[in-house]
Design a binder for this molecule. Structure first.
Ligand SMILES: [Zn+2]
Length: 288
């Protein structure tokens, strides 16, 4: 790690120490740093899904999720193994390091990641999974405001799998309307229902509590691996929160170069580099 980065990282460690509350904005770069890149084939997913990768020639794990399959049995053949991977994959080291870095600080996570990793290291009450999460299913209609954890379902389906496909009768269906179930992940039928609204409500309540009700408290916004695809979910709101609140400090860690909004200078820091390395380093600094 370069000397310049080291000094900025030290500043961040101090900012974390001094913060009364921390809001984490987690993007796909964090999971990529953990070895779980869903936009390109990384070794672990490539190995876990090799049968499907070879059969269909998907360009990435997520491309398989959005693929137009010729039958529901084929669709759920892939879904079942993609989802099973996410349940069974070990918790990524950067997530464990992050948990240790935040330690006992009041914290909330706003994330676009859909791979369950945040749920391993923070409680469900502390997380708003804005784009959903593969660990849940919903009715594809959806005919009802409900989502279900699917760990046992995918284990059952795995036992029915014949090559890359499931028998049509094994395709999971909604108990009420009989339509196919789908993973609770952002697409055109994504259910922004009670679970989603409540988690978003908890996020807003957390912000209100630390920014409005106790305006003298120091709040750190910690943005990790947020790409350019959907800036309106994490990045732009974080910039706005920083601009509007004097006691907010904004820290952005990314492998790619990020823009520095001029008006946030002095109340923000940017670190470009390997997130796995930076979080491990931060953990050591916090322990020292
Ligand atoms: Zn239904």
């Amino acid at each position: 790690m370069s000397g310049g980065n080291q000094a900025v990282l030290q500043e961040l460690a101090e900012r974390i120490d001094q913060a009364d509350a921390i809001v984490i904005g987690g993007g796909s770069g964090l999971s990529s740093a953990a070895g779980y890149d869903h936009y390109h084939w990384s070794p672990s997913l490539s190995e876990g899904l090799s049968l499907f990768r070879e059969h269909y020639g998907f360009t990435s794990p997520l491309a398989g999720f959005y693929h137009c399959f010729s039958s529901y049995g084929e669709q759920w053949g892939y879904y079942s193994q993609y989802i099973r991977f996410m349940w069974e994959a070990p918790t990524g080291q950067p997530y464990l390091d992050l948990q240790s870095v935040i330690a006992d600080k009041p914290a909330f996570v706003l994330t676009t990641n859909v791979d369950r990793q945040f749920f391993r290291v923070f409680s469900e009450e502390q997380i708003c999974a804005f784009q959903g999460d593969f660990g849940f299913c919903q009715c594809s209609q959806p005919c009802r405001d409900d989502i279900w954890e699917n760990r046992e379902l995918v284990e059952e389906l795995t036992r029915c799998l014949e090559g890359v496909r499931l028998p049509e009768e094994a395709v999971p269906r909604c108990r009420d309307c009989g339509r196919m179930l789908v993973p609770w992940v952002r697409d055109d039928t994504f259910l922004e229902g009670r679970f989603w609204k409540e988690s978003l409500g908890r996020y807003h309540a957390f912000l209100r509590h630390w920014l409005v009700e106790q305006p003298d408290q120091k709040v750190l916004l910690l943005e990790l691996g947020v790409g350019e695809m959907t800036p309106s979910i994490i990045k732009l709101p974080f910039w706005e929160l920083t601009a509007r609140n004097e006691n907010v400090f904004y820290a952005c860690l990314n492998r790619e170069a990020s823009h520095v909004p001029v008006h946030l200078r002095g109340r923000s820091l940017y670190l470009q580099g390997d997130l796995a390395e930076m979080l491990a380093e931060l953990r050591n600094m916090r322990l020292a």
